[in-house]
Design a protein around this ligand. Structure first.
Ligand code: UDP
Length: 413
């Protein structure tokens, strides 16, 4: 990916803005939250001053600031919690050299009113509506895609380098002695097409285990009509499994099936399975060719027939090659170094004079003291908002960890 792992030059004050819906890291579902968790810990280890805005039940090496004590999962998608959470972070903007936004649309929409440069990671796919939205804010902040495929779908935004997502590769068990079942884990939905994974495994005479959350609405209907009728002794649905069980299943499985029918922007589960030494058979959609190396870490196929055929050849794939591929390309260290390079590109660029009133010029500074009541804080800055009634600092233990372990040199860690 051409990212110098030692290209680091200076300590930065970095705000990471996670969504408020799921804690960081997640207990089960939550790709964005894993990426944010790994990134925060890596950036702290590299000597940066990192503040994470996330729900108060998060666990991070960064300084944690929270409006909500607990993740707002039940309110997912509602505007009010999102607005409170995002505005709380952005009113602290003046404390940071850069704000790295992983949340939904509010951060981008508010970025023209924030002086501190902002990088928004595009975690989701482009749709008709989101294209229109991002088009309005094409130059209002900086963007990075999580795959080259995703970037190619809307090349007009002000991009810095693409940064692939990372996996906690050292935390994944690695097994070469596989058990005789195929596995698929992910949100149960038509896009991920779990029914095709069952059909393929059945046709190849291999048992299959499925795990993943089922959201109400269309996903629930998909499960009831397309997946449930196919379940039986040889195709078992395990529900939404906790993180440790997910990793263990991934390590035991003979292969991971990913018959997606949509343009997956990255597909973290593929990298997770490979980290556990498990080959992936995935359909040629979205970022799949950037994540799986055909014939080396699994197979990229065009349809279910080809998936069945490759299932018979799965022993050709070396589990060690799968793990090595993730270590080399999707490690937290590599991701953090790539983001660090992006920050270093953005911060001087943002300071350059721009065209009068042109897009991307930030027009106001961060909010004033009224903001202080929103967000729990332990900032050491004299100008930082004071802790006020209702706000709660969470993460003091981690802040101590950070002080005790802060390296002398920013390169350490
Ligand atoms: N995941 C999980 N439980 C589930 C579904 C998914 O733990 O029921 C995890 C999965 O392992 C991955 C993340 O949630 O870490 C989903 O990321 P991915 O990019 O694969 O899918 P998406 O974001 O499209 O749901």
């Amino acid at each position: 990916m051409g990212v110098p792992l030692d290209g680091y030059t200076s300590t930065m004050r970095i705000a990471q803005l996670a969504p408020p819906w799921i804690k960081v890291p997640p207990q089960s579902y939550g790709g964005i939250e894993w990426v944010v968790a790994l990134l925060c810990d890596q950036l702290v280890a590299r000597g940066h001053d990192v503040t994470l805005f996330a729900s108060g039940d998060s666990d991070t090496a960064a300084e944690l600031r929270a409006v909500f004590e607990e993740a707002q999962t039940e309110k997912l998608g509602e505007t009010l919690p999102d607005a409170l959470h995002v505005s709380a972070a952005l009113r602290c903007a003046g404390e940071f050299d850069i704000i790295h936004d992983h949340s939904g649309f509010l951060g981008v929409a508010m970025s023209p009113f924030v002086e501190t440069p902002m990088l928004h990671t595009l975690h989701g796919p482009f749709t008709h509506s989101t294209r229109r939205f991002y088009g309005e804010f094409a130059d209002a902040c900086f963007y990075n895609a999580i795959s080259e495929y995703q970037r190619s779908r809307m090349p007009s935004l002000r991009y810095v380098n693409t940064v692939h997502n990372a996996v906690d590769v050292k935390g994944y068990p690695f097994r070469t002695d596989k058990e005789d079942f195929a596995l698929t884990i992910g949100r149960i939905c038509a896009d991920k097409a779990q029914h095709l994974a069952i059909r393929a495994a059945r046709a190849a005479g291999m048992r299959i285990l499925l795990a993943g959350k089922i959201d109400p609405g269309a996903d629930s209907v998909y499960f009831q009509t397309m997946v449930e009728p196919l379940l039986g002794d040889e195709a078992e649905y395990l529900g939404e499994v906790p993180e440790a069980r997910k990793r263990e299943l991934m390590a035991r499985a003979r292969c991971f099936l990913f018959p997606i029918q949509w343009a997956e922007p990255f597909g973290l589960v593929m990298a997770e399975a490979m980290a556990a030494g498990t080959p992936v058979i995935a359909t040629r959609n979205g970022a799949v060719p950037e994540v799986v190396v055909d014939g080396i870490t699994g197979f990229i196929v065009d349809d279910t027939e080809e998936m069945i055929e490759r299932l018979f050849r799965i022993d050709e794939i070396d589990p060690g090659a799968c793990r090595a591929h993730v270590e080399a390309n999707f490690s937290p260290e590599r991701m953090a170094a790539a983001y660090e390079c992006n920050y270093e590109t953005i911060v001087p660029k943002a300071a350059e004079p721009g065209p009068d009133d042109g897009p991307g010029r930030r027009v106001t500074t961060q909010g004033g003291p009224a903001y202080a009541s929103l967000c729990g804080s332990v900032s050491k800055s004299a100008n930082a908002p004071a802790r006020a009634g209702g706000a709660r600092f969470v993460g003091g233990h981690r802040d101590r960890y950070r002080r005790d372990n802060l390296p002398d040199s920013p390169r350490a860690g």
